[in-house]
Design a protein around this ligand. Structure first.
Ligand code: IPE
Ligand code: IPE
Ligand code: MG
Length: 246
């Protein structure tokens, strides 16, 4: 019996977020250029998206490119952007077939024109799909997201639309890029690094964290299932006692 059959479908995390890390090291281990790792990482994305869609997971959010990643060597950044364009183009039929609704969060205006256009076209094409909501975090920084929420809210206070005393968690969340999505209940990071790297800082306040030494290009849907099973064994107490939640 595989991991998949052991998963309790009634207790699926509503939202899974993944920090897809380790592409460069995977390639280096094989004596190849880093971009070879990124290319192979796409195969993992395809498999994991399919796995999540098959299970009936509601939301999957993938850390694809951080704001900090713009500081990488120009050649690598360009290669990643090219890869993004060709991948989105190639995957669109599969996304439609799997009823996946594509979204993106981050500072998307920073993306090269072609990449931005390809992304927007795929987002529009899949907008009416009712299955898995697949969100790519692109040119994404959680601190910037929080800052822009603060500015947006301050603007509403300034023009009288909102009173300071009315600002609560719900209003704050409505001003984040992730508005309308449930907060991630499971956060996975590959490649054996134990950090958050400026990802969804507000949203993961009570997420269960799962770290695996596997490098992203080696990660497959079976690994996703293993992470979900691990999640399902945990007791989520939200500050209460074990007796209270049982
Ligand atoms: C993750 O893999 C992909 C991106 C950040 C774009 P890395 O490229 O960070 O791979 P490592 O961590 O250097 O091995
Ligand atoms: C985080 O990985 C960003 C993505 C996975 C897209 P990094 O490899 O950029 O993070 P650090 O530098 O190890 O923290
Ligand atoms: Mg990395």
């Amino acid at each position: 019996m595989g991991y998949k059959d052991k998963i309790d479908l009634l207790k699926l995390p509503k939202h899974i977020a993944i920090i897809m890390d380790g592409n460069g090291r995977w390639a280096k281990d094989k004596g190849k250029l880093r971009i070879f790792g990124h290319h192979n990482g796409v195969l993992s994305v395809r498999d994991v998206v399919e796995g999540a869609a098959e299970l009936g997971v509601g939301y999957l959010t993938l850390y694809t490119f951080s704001s900090e990643n713009w500081n990488r060597p120009k050649l690598e950044v360009m290669a990643i952007m090219e890869l993004m364009v060709s991948t989105i183009h190639k995957e669109i039929d599969r996304l439609m077939k799997n009823n996946v609704c594509l979204k993106a969060i981050g500072d998307l205006d920073m993306l090269p024109g072609k990449c931005h256009d390809e992304l927007m076209s795929a987002i529009n094409k899949t907008a009416a799909n009712t299955g898995l909501v697949l969100t790519l975090a692109l040119s994404y920084s959680s601190r910037r997201e929080i800052l822009q929420a603060v500015k947006q809210i301050a603007g509403k206070v300034q023009n009288g639309e909102l009173k300071i005393d009315d600002i609560d968690e719900e209003i704050f969340e409505n001003n984040l890029y992730t508005t309308g999505m449930p907060n991630p209940e499971l956060l996975i990071r590959t490649s054996g690094e134990y950090r958050i790297s400026n990802y969804l800082l507000w949203q993961i306040a009570y997420a269960e964290l799962y770290f695996t030494p596997k490098l992203w290009p080696d990660f497959r849907k079976e690994d996703l299932y293993a992470a979900i099973l691990d999640y399902q064994k945990r007791e989520r107490r939200f500050g209460m006692t074990s007796e209270q939640v049982n």
